[in-house]
Write a protein that binds this ligand. Structure first.
Ligand code: PLP
Length: 469
């Protein structure tokens, strides 16, 4: 019989990680043999005096990596890998890669406030399948092999119509380029529109995936601080940068909306310096108080606008787009299109036949509800112990936690109690300059029923059980 006796070390790493590492070692070194039954979650939690969530999280990690298997109604068993196969693993101590399975990557926990996901159950599967079938039939009759380099004309026309109605943007299909993600839009700009090796003024903190893309194309980053209403334009004016990347609808990650005065100052900066403004409007449609604010691009045709379907439809479809100023079109070196034509045609039929409009309306109502529930739960359970930052954001908000714990300690404590929350230090270009301790709480894919419970669990994890609870 397996005797599970890990020695937990306070403060080393979360208990569930220590338990996971202990059990993995037992399996790899053959002390826990193939097909052996593991103790139940409840049994082991009682035996070790840790919470059921701790054991469950450790089992989930082992399960995800294939060390153990779960058999319905029977329990958990060690997988049949065999100790001889494990011997093929390089075990020399100095060669060991110290992989710490960060809770942010794979570990599943019952309450996951992930930012990048959206509610999959709201995906309009029936309509999507209908238009997808038709798109495949169209594909069989197509004459061109690869499709149009900029993306299908029909989709670009639908996007131009939508942008006019929803974001106040005047554009034509010819100015639109379909891409497979915002990073790819930036890559396209770096490859064919922007003069190479320049400085890019970048919001600090800002969207690190965009920053990485500029850097990988050898552009240097000039961090520009934020004011209460977004990018500090005065600071921008003092730099040599001729390109600025900004998220005016909801600053990412802090959520503030750039007011019209600042928008005009930014356009003035571009006019006076010949500078280029890149607007990333990733979730501008989501506005829970009042109407959506028109995009910055609605004020000037000279702005490069980046849009995406990731936040409204499904991130894994990988459809995004860039709207380019007319004067830049001739610079565009069209490469082969990367978004599959059937997906583009499905999207274009979905938009043309009115399903997109209905879906957008539905998503706004759905997320309004989640957003309100989350704010209400935070106010009720965390109250004065936290400050909400960026409650205007579309699918996440930040918590400034009044505690002496570090960002990582707060994340670990939450994980111990079954809640997954996320760090923000990576949004600073120099994480050593992070002066605020902010925890990211996404609400895109957490069920309404779990929001309140999840926040209550955060309260317990960070501040201990309340006397009234
Ligand atoms: C600031 C920002 N821009 C853009 C995106 C969308 O990226 P993509 O179009 O690659 O899905 C995200 C998604 O998380 C984002 O946070």
């Amino acid at each position: 019989m397996f005797i599970c006796s890990p020695v937990f070390e306070e403060g080393r790493s979360p208990y569930y990680l220590q338990l996971y590492q202990y059990m993995k070692k037992e399996i790899v070194e053959g002390r826990l043999s193939a097909t052996e039954k593991l103790p139940s979650i409840r049994g082991l939690s009682t035996h070790l005096h840790v919470s059921k969530n701790t054991v469950e999280a450790a089992y989930q990690q082992l399960l995800a990596e294939g060390y153990i298997e779960s058999q319905p109604k029977k329990g958990y068993f060690v997988s049949q890998v065999g100790p001889s196969l494990f011997k093929t693993i390089q075990t020399k101590e100095e060669n060991k890669f110290r992989f710490n399975p960060s809770i942010n990557v794979q570990t599943q926990l019952p309450y996951d406030f992930h930012y990048g996901s959206i509610e999959r159950s709201a995906f309009p599967m029936k309509q999507w399948k209908k238009w997808s079938n038709l798109a495949y039939e169209m594909e069989m009759g197509a004459t061109q092999a690869y499709g149009e380099a900029q993306g299908e004309q029909s989709l670009r026309e639908e996007i131009a119509n939508y942008l006019l109605q929803a974001r106040g943007i005047n554009s034509t299909a010819g100015q639109i380029y379909i891409t497979s993600g915002t990073q790819q839009s930036i890559s396209l700009l770096c490859q064919s529109i922007l003069a190479s090796n320049q400085q890019v003024a970048f919001e600090e903190p800002g969207y690190n995936e965009a920053r990485l893309m500029f850097k990988s194309h050898h552009f240097s980053i000039q961090p520009i601080s934020l004011e209460h209403d977004g990018l500090n334009v005065k600071e921008l004016n003092q730099t040599q940068a001729k390109i600025v990347y900004t998220t005016p609808s909801h600053q990412f990650p802090c959520g503030m909306i750039m007011p019209i005065k600042k928008r005009l100052e930014l356009i003035q900066w571009a006019n006076e310096t010949g500078g280029i403004v890149i607007e990333d409007d990733y979730d501008g449609e989501y506005r829970y108080r009042g109407k959506p604010i028109p995009a910055l691009r609605s004020l000037s045709d000279e702005i490069i606008y980046l849009g995406t379907f990731s936040k409204m439809l499904l991130p894994s479809l990988r459809i995004s787009f860039a709207v380019l100023p007319p004067r830049m079109l001739e610079k565009l070196q069209t490469l082969n299109q990367t978004v599959p034509r059937v997906i583009q045609n499905t999207m274009s039929l979905f938009m043309k036949e009115g399903d997109w409009e209905r879906h957008v309306r539905r998503m706004k109502t759905l997320y309004q509800k989640k957003h309100d529930l989350l704010i209400h739960s935070i106010e009720e359970h965390l109250g004065e112990s936290v400050k909400i930052v960026g409650s205007d954001s579309g699918l996440h908000l930040l918590l400034e936690v009044h505690s002496n714990d570090t960002e990582q300690q707060l994340i670990d404590k939450a994980a111990e109690n079954g809640v997954k929350v996320y760090p923000t230090h990576l949004y600073w270009s120099d994480p050593r300059k992070v002066h605020q301790k902010l925890i990211m709480i996404g609400f895109g894919n957490i069920e309404n029923e779990k929001i309140n419970k999840g926040i209550l669990k955060l309260q317990e994890a960070w501040f201990g059980l309340r006397e009234d609870g």
